[in-house]
Design a protein around this ligand. Structure first.
Ligand code: ATP
Ligand code: MG
Length: 255
């Protein structure tokens, strides 16, 4: 059976895409599943947060997208996370331009993943904060999109562009692409605006909104500097407990 592939995307920066990618990858691994995380962001935050140094990489997602290496050669192991990783670093920023003239520029990641997807249960793709060709590669390769978002005033507005892009990808590149779910991140229950936006979100998207809410939790923010997913860095923290609940919810377990 081929892996279920989820793109974790939102063109808005700093909403918790990478934190969600790393912690969900680790949470699914804790549940006994075989997980691959793809870092599709030149910032390389998912790479560093998984305990892998992005600077000296010989093989990364960049070479995979350009067809300079087989995807298998770009696999790294995150010992701290319990999953495999295709890392990224600044080099990837050039791919945007270099891919333009290549054939099948939107489905390069999809084609590469087809070589290894039978070896995993889940493949997660951490997308950059832009609706660019890298994100389009992520959306084209995925079965579904997970959208982390902060419950702020402009959050819903930003979603319109993302939903439009998802529709375009569906029409031209990946007809079965679904929205897996919207995830409320960095949530502060004491903030009335958060509650209002959260209510609006449920009104618009109904059961596409995950029941699990990720609270603002400093342990989640500290973990990346140790190269360990928050879910393993401090198992008792509120953030770790929330991400474990998210993994359960994704797996269809009662929450
Ligand atoms: P970018 O768009 O730059 O890729 P992102 O959407 O991937 O950002 P993250 O890097 O996951 O967002 O998070 C942004 C910052 O917020 C990071 O410093 C991260 O450690 C912190 N952070 C993420 N989630 C939480 C949380 N639940 N509680 C506290 N801090 C958090
Ligand atoms: Mg990120």
């Amino acid at each position: 059976m081929a892996a279920r592939i989820l793109a974790i995307a939102n063109q808005k920066g700093g909403v918790g895409k990478t934190t969600t990618s790393i912690n969900l990858a680790s949470g699914l691994s804790n549940a006994g599943l075989r997980v691959l995380l793809i870092d599709l962001d030149p910032q390389g935050n998912a790479t560093m947060g998984s305990g892998i140094d992005k600077r000296p990489l010989h093989t990364s997602v960049y070479e995979v997208l350009l067809g300079d290496t087989k995807i298998r050669n770009a696999l790294h192991r995150s010992e701290s996370g319990g999953f495999d990783l295709i890392p990224a670093n600044r080099e990837l920023a050039g791919a945007e331009v270099e891919l333009v003239d290549l054939s099948g520029r939107e489905d390069r990641l999809k084609e590469a993943l087809a070589e290894i997807d039978s070896e995993y249960d889940y493949i997660l793709i951490d997308c950059p904060p832009a609706l660019n060709l890298l994100t389009v590669n992520g959306l084209t390769a995925a079965h579904a999109v997970m959208i982390p978002m902060q419950c702020e005033y402009y959050a819903l507005e930003g979603l319109t562009d993302l939903v439009e892009t998802i529709k375009k990808v569906r029409n031209h590149l990946n007809p079965t692409l679904e929205i897996e779910g919207l995830l409320r991140t960095m949530y502060d229950a004491r903030n009335t605006l958060s509650q209002q936006v959260s209510d609006q979100l449920r009104k618009h998207f109904g059961n596409k909104v995950y029941r699990t809410i990720i609270p603002r939790n400093v342990r989640l923010a500290e973990a990346p500097s140790h190269g360990v997913p928050g879910i393993r860095f401090d198992k008792q923290s509120k953030g770790a407990i929330a991400y474990k609940a998210l993994a359960d919810e994704v797996l269809g377990k009662p929450v």
